[in-house]
Design a protein around this ligand. Structure first.
Ligand code: NAD
Length: 367
């Protein structure tokens, strides 16, 4: 079995406690499935600031560039709210994403059967939902120039620029087609080609890239109609590819179809490295949850499912990723819930560590 290298950055707040459960899961795969992992652990965010005076030390960044994948917990917390912008914990994460040039953000929205009553939508609309949003992450209106607040005549004007080059669209489209090939071969591209030139170019380039993927059924939708369809009939989608701004909104919308923040993993992928694996950062969608940190109340599943994404997308171990996702699903089906997943049925909640124990027990049953 080849060795995979992994940089683990637990970060702040509940980051370290959810990552402890991930480490137990990784150890299980090493012991029971004979997988080889070289693991380095380091600091990021406020934890890094406390020790290094910066939220991402250059050595940590160099390690991130050298490994197969980075797994991050969460960053931030009230203790750091008054720091200068440049050394705020979030800057560490942003720098990591930028330096690794992670242009494709993958946000799955999967509705576990046992949690389908958690959605704000009707059970039959979301039950069995399994879609993946691919959001362009490094360009578009959040980065385009000119930007700023200027004075024109006797009033101020705020300007941001939506800008996409063909190559930026091409690389994220290619990533989305490849992901669709690994799933159900359906890709829906969303933009606003009716009112934005960048959307016209987006549609043209995605269509052109699609010629190399004849197996994938490509469709196009205006992003506003896409938002409507996501709430009306989300199960019609397999993979959605969209730009940075629309992706920001649509992925949050899709996430809430599934219920709790404590369940949502994510991956950010970049260009292939010399070994053919994409540069990759895996992290839960949730933040550092300072309100519950250190109390053993946090749900470790989003972080564990982020590791499942690493197994699938960095290490191409689909069957092991499925095994881990099935273990999570079984634990939920058995009725185990951390506090964030407590509905009105009065189920007792379990601790972070007890949830980890239950997932390990299910993994043992899978052998
Ligand atoms: P948050 O995601 O940390 O918490 C929102 C709510 O969800 C809280 O009530 C929290 O207790 C709950 N929650 C979140 N994750 C949970 C889990 N795994 N298990 C159980 N409950 C969970 O968002 P916030 O409160 O807006 O932000 C708190 C801090 O996290 C801020 O400093 C913010 O900047 C930072 N943040 C970091 C990231 C990141 O690291 N990627 C993302 C978002 C926010």
């Amino acid at each position: 079995m080849p060795k995979f290298s992994l940089l683990i950055l637990p970060g702040d707040g509940i980051g370290p406690e959810v990552m402890t459960e991930v480490r137990r899961v990784i150890d299980w795969f090493i012991d029971k499935r004979n997988l080889g992992f070289d693991i380095i652990e380091d600091l990021v965010g406020g934890a890094a600031y406390d020790i290094y005076g910066t939220p991402l030390h250059d050595t940590t960044l160099a390690q991130a560039k050298a490994v197969d994948a980075v797994l991050l917990g969460a960053v931030g917390g009230p203790k750091y709210d008054d720091l200068d912008f440049d050394v705020k914990p979030e800057r560490g994460l942003l720098r990591l994403r930028k330096e690794l040039d992670l242009f494709a953000n993958l946000r799955p929205a999967q509705c576990f059967d046992a949690l389908s009553d958690f959605s704000s939508l009707k059970r039959d609309v979301v039950s069995g939902l399994d879609l993946l949003i691919v959001r362009e992450l490094t360009s578009g209106v959040y980065f385009g120039e000119p930007r700023g607040i200027f004075t024109e005549g006797n009033e101020r004007v705020g300007i941001n620029t939506q800008r996409y080059t063909e190559s930026e669209i091409e690389r994220v489209a290619k990533a989305a087609f490849e992901l669709a090939m690994q799933r159900n071969c359906r890709l829906c591209s969303m933009e606003k080609a009716n009112v934005m030139e960048s959307g016209v170019l987006w549609r043209e380039v995605v269509t052109r890239v699609g010629a190399d993927f004849p197996e994938v059924d490509l469709s196009h939708m205006y992003a506003d109609a896409g938002a409507m369809q996501l709430t009306r009939q989300p199960k019609q989608f397999d993979v959605i590819v969209t730009d940075n701004l629309f992706g920001d909104l649509l992925s949050d919308l899709a996430a809430m179809l599934t219920g709790s923040l404590g369940m949502l993993p994510s991956a950010s992928l970049g260009a292939p490295m010399d070994n053919g694996r994409p540069r990759a950062l895996y992290e839960p969608v949730h933040g550092s949850a300072p309100d519950i940190a250190g109390q053993g109340l946090s749900n470790p599943m989003a972080c564990i499912l982020s590791f499942a994404m690493a197994l699938r997308y960095s290490f191409k171990l689909d069957h092991e990723a499925n095994r881990l996702e099935m273990a999570v699903q079984s634990v939920l089906a058995d009725g185990l819930r951390t506090a964030d997943l407590l509905g009105e049925d009065g189920t007792d909640s379990v601790s972070t560590a007890a949830m980890g124990d239950a997932i390990l027990a299910q993994l043992n049953l899978s052998l």
